[in-house]
Design a protein around this ligand. Structure first.
Ligand code: G3H
Ligand code: 13P
Ligand code: ZN
Length: 316
């Protein structure tokens, strides 16, 4: 059943986070739906512009529809990740998406508000939820001094003003994470004080944490042992920090990189071990199973595992 992110967040806020996973192909889709079915977890399928370009809009959307038919008991939202204004309108018009993200965080505050207002009014006419972003994600580099580092985080007072003016339903905040495999070059982690300060200004308002992959060292080591050349400094969010972030209002956790690492590890190891094989379905089957296991385990850490029944009661 496709629901809005609003439906999901109403139930989840303060208790668990809904995993939002980027997908690009059929193997990821089956693994995602299978893993969440096993975990009995509500979730968000997210499609970025890169995925729409890679698979094609018709293909990626129909892969999701097919997965819904294969797993009729699952409850999930279909979300556009990091949309620009035009792509948001396309997705709102398409009738397929239940949620869109307008990412105008690179614009001035006023322009970000104005663009988000336009998207919110169009989306809400059709019952679609809107995620916006405020603050500059990423770039937490060792050679930037502390003040500059903090300057990139979302300002709590601005967050309150932004939410009141823009009409968005959830807010992606910069709280120390960055996209990709190389977060936290030094010993940094999530900025809990900042998350807490934002929650104080906008209580009960769902916060979104982008750049939430954990980049397990075991995955990086296995990829490199099988011929990969990932930098040993690759590091992500400590999964055990999710629980604290959830209590502070983080309700959606975005994960893409970890899924790519699963794919890379499975395929590198498979072709290393079986150099004579050219039937791609052999590693494909392993990929689906490994991705399903990854999703199931992640749902436990996000505390969304086992919440399907309550979600069903609240949306039906
Ligand atoms: O945050 C962005 C997602 O990781 C999507 O990545 O643009 O390479 O599809 P992509
Ligand atoms: P990761 O690169 O940490 O997986 O973040 C993904 C993301 O934020 C998608 O919007
Ligand atoms: Zn993101």
């Amino acid at each position: 059943m496709i629901v809005t992110t609003d439906d999901l967040f109403r139930q989840a806020y303060g208790k668990y986070a809904v995993g939002a996973y980027n997908i690009n192909n059929m193997e990821q889709a089956i693994g995602l739906f299978e893993g969440n079915a096993r975990a009995e977890a509500p979730f968000i399928v997210q499609i970025a512009k890169g995925s729409r370009d890679y698979a094609g809009v018709i293909m990626i959307e129909n892969i999701i529809l097919a997965a819904e038919k294969m797993y009729p008991d699952n409850i999930f939202a279909v979300h556009l990740d990091h949309g620009d204004e035009k792509t948001c309108y396309d997705c709102i018009e398409s009738g397929f998406y239940s949620s869109v993200m307008i990412d105008a965080s690179h614009e001035s505050f006023d322009e970000n508000v104005a663009i988000t207002q336009r998207i919110s009014s169009k989306a809400h006419e059709k019952g679609i939820s809107v995620e916006a972003e405020l603050g500059m994600l990423g770039g937490v580099e060792e050679d930037i001094n502390i003040d500059e580092k903090h300057a990139m985080l979302t300002d709590p007072d601005e967050a309150k003003e932004f939410v009141n003016m823009s009409g968005c339903d959830s807010l992606a905040v910069a709280i120390g994470t960055s996209h990709g495999a190389y977060k936290f070059a030094g010993g940094q982690g999530l900025h809990f004080e900042r998350i807490g300060a934002i929650q104080k200004r906008i209580p009960n308002f769902p916060l979104v944490m982008h750049g939430s992959s954990s980049v397990p060292k075991s995955e990086v080591d296995r990829i490199n042992a099988a011929g990969g050349a990932l930098d040993e400094s690759a590091r992500g969010v400590d999964e055990d920090e999710f629980a604290r972030a959830i209590r502070l209002g983080v309700t959606k956790v975005n994960i893409d990189t970890d899924g790519r690492l699963v794919w890379t590890r499975v395929h590198r190891e498979f072709f290393n071990d079986h150099p004579e094989v050219f039937d791609f379905r052999k590693p494909g089957v392993i990929m689906i199973e490994e991705y399903a296991r990854f999703i199931e385990q992640k749902s436990t850490k996000l505390m969304s595992a086992g919440k399907l029944r309550d979600m069903r009661a609240s949306v039906s």
